[in-house]
Design a binder for this molecule. Structure first.
Ligand code: RIB
Length: 303
């Protein structure tokens, strides 16, 4: 196992504006929330932080606006020791995400991508090319798909594994799918792509049709993996009392990507993803809810 593999995340940053609310307001209704929390988010940034907490050398590729959110996001990456050489600043606003969390931990999210949509394919390619060795290049769908596709093509040329979390749900450009090794959607994203519930048959036939290795996260029910021999392995999640599920999927993807990059077999990488995600839902916030470095060491040792 390589304890500190290099992972390049070509993905989004957002500032999360989280309201904890007794319920979701109806149309035209004003509702009094219980608490508010501002934090660092964006699926790309969250996954980068999770992989870093586990011990990866992580480089972030992103675009931030010329606002205070951009400044503070760079400081946040620096506090984790994440390489931001390939984060550009552009005119305009950084990405933001208003989020509502109900008492059972359920979240609802709107993203306003802002600067994230100013990323370019050239930026992503030169970032991937700048490292001698890259184990995994990780992407999501909060930045333009051609940017991720360009990064993935370069990653493959250089022998890196590509992992795509197709979130938020969208159809996939053919060339992005063609350069994806591992696809890691949640249940809803899988349904959007495959047009089916995640039955064993739907999982295996979609993985074969799309030409990818497939892991689908299933919330409280854990996750399902299509093995390299075409069987479906379902691993349940540990039952916990959730207070905030925001970012749990990102904790899973960041940890799973770390596992693959570090050389864990895919089942252990999946178990690591589940443990990090389960741990995160017991605390409020997005990155703030992720297991600490110390807790990550324990989770790795327990595998
Ligand atoms: O997956 C959770 C993330 O989705 C939040 O951090 C929010 O910023 C959106 O990107």
């Amino acid at each position: 196992m390589t304890a500190s593999p290099r992972i390049v995340v070509v993905g989004s940053t957002m500032i999360d504006l989280i309201a904890y609310t007794p319920r979701i307001p109806s149309a035209g209704e004003t509702l009094v929330g219980e608490r508010f929390r501002m934090g660092f988010g964006g699926k790309g940034a969250n996954q980068a932080v999770m992989a870093r907490l586990l011990g990866a050398e992580v480089a972030m590729v992103n675009a931030l606006g010329d606002d205070l959110y951009g400044d503070t996001t760079l400081q946040n990456f620096a506090s984790y020791g994440i390489d931001t050489t390939h984060v550009r600043r552009v005119a305009g606003s950084s990405g933001v995400a208003p989020i509502w969390v109900e008492p059972d931990g359920t979240n609802r999210i709107i993203i306003v991508p802002g600067a994230n949509h100013e990323m370019t394919a050239e930026q992503a390619v030169s970032a991937v090319e700048s490292f001698d060795e890259v184990a995994v290049v990780l992407g999501q769908l909060e930045i333009p798909q051609p940017v991720t596709a360009a990064a993935f093509r370069t990653a493959r040329e250089r022998g890196a594994v590509t992992v795509l979390n197709p979130a938020p749900a969208d159809s996939l450009d053919a060339d992005l799918l063609a350069s994806t090794d591992w696809l890691v959607p949640n249940e809803g994203e899988f349904a959007a792509l495959a047009g089916a519930e995640p039955t064993d048959h739907a999982l295996t036939s979609f993985a074969e049709r799309a030409g990818v290795r497939l892991v689908v996260t299933l919330g409280e029910e854990g996750a399902a993996l299509v093995t390299d021999t075409g069987e479906v392995l379902r691993i349940p999640a540990e039952a916990v009392s959730a207070v905030d599920t925001t970012g749990a999927g990102d904790a899973f993807v960041g940890a799973f990507a770390y596992g693959l990059a570090a050389g864990l077999d895919e089942e252990r990488a999946l178990r690591l993803g589940l443990r990090c995600a389960t741990d995160s839902v017991t605390r409020p916030g997005t990155q703030a809810s992720f297991p600490s470095q110390q807790r990550c060491r324990e989770l790795l040792a327990e595998l």
